[in-house]
Design a protein around this ligand. Structure first.
Ligand code: BV8
Length: 225
């Protein structure tokens, strides 16, 4: 049976598609306080601000194109004889745009969620405070993204993949947000080989046996080949 590969991706894989990362120079978290735009408390305090933040990112993501790194992973997933599981922290949908399947642990910009009945539906381009849920009618529509302090999605499936993979690769993430930043340790614990592909060194780089540095659009296709 060919090796099973689990690939974690972060904002860095979409940087060359023109989407901002969070913690690089001029990144999203230098323009907005996490507490104000990416927590349930921030949403409760000022839903209009949070909707504006996600409306802007949804519009940008809808114009963005997958880059060679996204396409290389889609090719790997289609051609590798074993299982290739992509777990993404990104909410931009670019893995699917490149023809890949991905597990969205932090949700998706193109999705809306009802804060009351958990109904999910495709998000309109612009969301606003008090938007009614199409299922229960309550004015509790929110972006279907996982905020700080909320449980990421699909964690049971992700744990199972980490415990049964032969290779764990991390691409374009600074390794500062948990539980994703801890995945490399779990994969190693269960015997997987590990590699990090990133523009620069990260806080979790030492946990990887192998590392490649450079822009994803160059180093990911080279790695996949
Ligand atoms: C949870 C929302 C538990 C959608 C996001 C203290 C210690 C440890 C943990 C915690 C703590 N206090 C609180 C916590 C938990 C907290 C956390 O980890 N906080 C951190 C900040 C310390 N985590 C949580 O709250 C998570 N939930 O733990 O729940 C729980 C348990 C029980 C019951 C209930 C709950 C939820 C985390 C999810 C938060 N939501 N996004 C959105 O707005 O997008 S996180 C956000 O950060 C994005 O999802 C993003 O993907 C993610 C990670 O960032 P990166 O993707 O790594 O992006 P970053 O800019 O940081 O790095 C980019 C990298 O790319 C850089 O390394 C750069 O060098 C590289 N790069 C740049 N250009 C390129 C490139 N690489 C290659 N090529 C290039 N061209």
């Amino acid at each position: 049976m060919a090796d099973k590969i689990v690939i974690l991706t972060g904002a860095g894989i979409s940087a060359e598609s023109g989407l901002g990362t969070f913690r690089d120079e001029g990144g999203l978290w230098s323009q907005h306080r996490i507490e104000d735009v990416a927590t349930p408390e921030g949403f409760a305090r000022d839903p209009a601000l949070v909707h504006r933040f996600y409306n802007a990112r949804r519009a940008q993501a809808s114009e963005a194109q997958p880059n060679p790194a996204h396409h290389a992973l889609a090719r790997l997933q289609a051609e590798w004889p074993g299982d290739v599981v992509i777990v993404t922290q990104n909410v931009d949908g670019l893995h699917e745009a490149a023809g890949a399947r991905a597990i969205h642990m932090h949700g998706i910009l193109a999705g809306a969620l009802c804060g009351c009945c958990d109904h999910r539906w495709p998000a309109p381009p612009e969301m606003a405070p008090g938007m009614p849920c199409p299922a229960c009618g309550q004015p509790t529509a929110r972006p279907d993204v996982v905020w700080f302090g909320e449980m990421p999605y699909h964690m049971d499936d992700i744990e199972e993949h980490l415990q049964t993979c032969d290779l764990f690769a991390s691409i374009g993430t600074s390794g500062q947000v948990y539980p994703a930043a801890g995945f490399v340790q779990e994969a190693r614990l269960y015997g997987a080989a590990t590699i990090e592909l990133n523009l620069a060194g990260t806080d979790i780089g030492a946990a990887f046996e192998d590392r490649r540095t450079g822009p994803a659009s160059r180093i990911v296709p080279a790695w996949v080949e």
